[in-house]
Every structure is written in C-alpha cells, then in structure tokens.
Design a protein around this ligand. Structure first.
Ligand SMILES: Nc1nc2c(c(=O)[nH]1)N=C([C@H](O)[C@H](O)COP(=O)(O)OP(=O)(O)OP(=O)(O)O)CN2
Length: 128
C-alpha cells in the first residue's frame, strides 16, 4: 500500500525568554518568527482520494496556532513551567493537532516542523 504525506504551512510571531544560563543571551526576552509545517500521514487514501482535505488541514493548523500568535509565551498558561524552546513549542502544537483531529481521520501519524531561522529547524513525530 502507498504511504502518503500531506503538508500545510503557517507561521507565528512570538516573544519568549529562556530563563537559564544554559541558553546564554536567550535568557533575555526576545522575539522569534517560527515557520511551521504540519504533515499528516496516511496508508492509502480515503474515499475522496486525499490524505485529509487541504482546507481542513490548513484551518486546523491555523486554529491550533491562534492562541500562540503575537503572545509572550512566558505568560501562556499552557506552557507554564517549561522552557519554550522550538522543540517544546512544536510538541505542544503536535499534541493539540492530534487532539483536535476528527474521530474518523484514518491517519497513522503527524509531524510538526518549525524553522527558527534558515539554518535551524526541529521536528516532532506523533504516532496516532
Ligand atoms: N535546541 C534548541 N536550542 C536553542 C533554542 C531552541 O529553541 N532549541 N532556542 C534558543 C533561543 O531561543 C534563540 O533562538 C537562539 O539564541 P542564541 O543565544 O542565539 O542561541 P545559539 O545557541 O544559536 O547561540 P549561543 O549564543 O552560542 O548559545 C537557543 N537555543
């Protein structure tokens, strides 16, 4: 059986500080624009010949990112007590996406990738 991936993109502008000497100058409050890709995986296609409707995937990602847009993540309850690294942010996004998928999604996994700058990106894989 063919294995398919559908990817949709979005981005968020956030502020945060990483308050530990481990992070050097990033202990100070700073801004970041994260380019986000969400990929959805399926073994075979559904009855409409798609992994997931592109519009539905785009809206799902946008809705998941909405609470993060233009926010100081230091003040966000959902991430309280965590270092809001790119890895922690994408884990939060991936878990939220997984929780918001329709019950009959038929997907096998999803992956969220974030590019923090042109030379650094991180991704997380969630088996569904
Ligand atoms: N694995 C990760 N490492 C770091 C993250 C991250 O999200 N994941 N984030 C940061 C900072 O938020 C910022 O993006 C970069 O800060 P900077 O001090 O420039 O970090 P560098 O490691 O690139 O440079 P050094 O100054 O040499 O530490 C930091 N790390």
């Amino acid at each position: 059986m063919s294995r398919f991936r559908l990817t949709v993109d979005d981005h968020i502008m956030i502020a945060h500080s990483l308050q530990d000497p481990f992070f050097g100058p990033a202990q100070n409050l700073h801004g970041a624009t994260l380019s986000i890709q969400a990929s959805f995986f399926r073994d075979g296609l559904n009855e409409y010949g798609v992994v997931l409707d592109i519009g539905a995937a785009t809206e799902l990602l946008a809705a998941t990112l909405e609470p993060l847009r233009y926010k100081n993540l230091d003040e966000l309850e959902a991430l309280a007590g965590k270092f809001t690294t790119t890895e922690v942010i994408i884990e939060h996004i991936a878990e939220t996406l997984a929780a918001e998928l329709p019950a009959d999604h038929g997907l096998t996994a999803l992956e969220v990738q974030a590019e923090e700058h042109p030379r650094a990106r991180a991704s997380v894989w969630v088996q569904l």
